[in-house]
Write a protein that binds this ligand. Structure first.
Ligand code: NAD
Length: 304
């Protein structure tokens, strides 16, 4: 069993760390919020591994074989590894860094280059599958970095996910991930729009969802993450859009997609519209709620 330092145990990192502990690994847990680290310890009591809360990121990365991070932004990741906390300097060259945050490929490559200069290998390994996938251990990992590091990381990633893809060299995982999330934003908005159209014309949202699930409108949002309240249990729309994947984070990912598209001179009309709609939704106070709350943008006022 491996010794692992896990940094950032929020909505996603928390259940990922719990699954590692349940699989028998020894995990040092660090988060800016001690409460989140304590949640991990509380939820992994039944596991065969061990969880140990540490007081600093430097402590988390000492005497471990793997460092895994799950953080909100590229700036935070660069600060942590290279600049402010500079934890790369506290690691041995044998440690393999696996950053699972969704960040720009450029940030991932910067950290990878800084690591390489110290003889440390680093993979970008963003995930797809949401909080449900993190809890169930069925995430998809989309990995960028060299083949030998990928093979070393694979068994650890399998403890948290079902599908592990090697997308290419350093940064390739992030590029694939933002393509996926741009498409996710587009089909989530399209799903919300179609459901509201049906309801406005007298249909029941659940009945319409069942019909579209067996028709050509079928998609992931409809199948596993229905945005219309009352259609599905155990999803954010059943819980006042709490938990899940924040609108602010979707906005960040769409920004990353548009920046990448600017550099590659790609045409992104749907991505641009999705970004505008999610930016507006965030400004209207939905930033901390799950991104499926975009359904509310289409909702009809009681008296209209
Ligand atoms: P979150 O805000 O719930 O968790 C982030 C955690 O990082 C928080 O607990 C925060 O306290 C901690 N943190 C922030 N700065 C830190 C630092 N310097 N040192 C230590 N801890 C720090 O966010 P999340 O939903 O878990 O998302 C994390 C990453 O996963 C993001 O990059 C997001 O885009 C990506 N992601 C999220 C989902 C989802 O459904 N939530 C799905 C796929 C990918």
């Amino acid at each position: 069993m491996a010794k692992i330092g896990f940094i950032g145990v929020g909505n996603m990192g928390g259940p990922m760390a719990v699954n590692l502990i349940k699989a028998g690994h020894q995990v040092k847990v660090y988060d800016l919020s001690v409460q989140f680290a304590e949640n991990v310890v509380a939820q992994s009591q039944a596991g065969t591994g061990s969880a140990h809360i540490v007081a600093s990121p430097q402590e988390a990365v000492q005497d471990v074989e793997f460092v895994i991070s799950m953080l909100p932004s590229g700036k935070i990741v660069e600060d942590l590894y290279i600049h402010q906390q500079a934890i790369l300097k506290s690691m041995s060259a044998q440690t393999l860094v696996i950053d699972c945050s969704t960040i720009a490929a450029e940030n991932a490559i910067n950290v990878s280059n800084a690591a390489q200069a110290l003889g440390i290998h680093m993979l970008d390994a963003p995930v797809s599958g949401g909080v449900g996938g993190a809890v169930a251990g069925t995430l998809t990992f989309i990995v960028g970095g060299d083949q030998a590091a990928f093979e070393k990381a694979n068994p650890i990633l399998q403890n948290m996910g079902k599908n592990v893809f090697h997308a290419g060299a350093s940064g390739a995982g992030q590029t694939a991930k933002i393509c996926n999330n741009m498409l996710l934003a587009v089909h989530m908005i399209g799903t919300a729009e179609a459901l509201q159209l049906g309801v406005d014309n007298g249909l029941d949202a659940k009945v319409l969802s069942d019909i579209m699930l067996q028709s050509s409108g079928r998609n992931w949002s409809l199948e596993l993450y229905n945005p219309f309240p009352g259609t599905m249990e155990n999803v954010p729309s059943a819980n006042d859009y709490k938990g899940g994947f924040q609108t602010d984070l979707m906005n960040k990912d769409l920004g990353l997609a548009l920046e990448a598209g600017l550099q590659s001179r790609s045409t992104l009309p749907m991505g641009q519209l999705a970004k505008s709609l999610y930016a507006l939704h965030g400004r209207k106070g939905w930033g901390k709620k799950d991104f499926s709350s975009i359904q509310e943008m289409f909702a009809r006022d009681e008296d209209s």
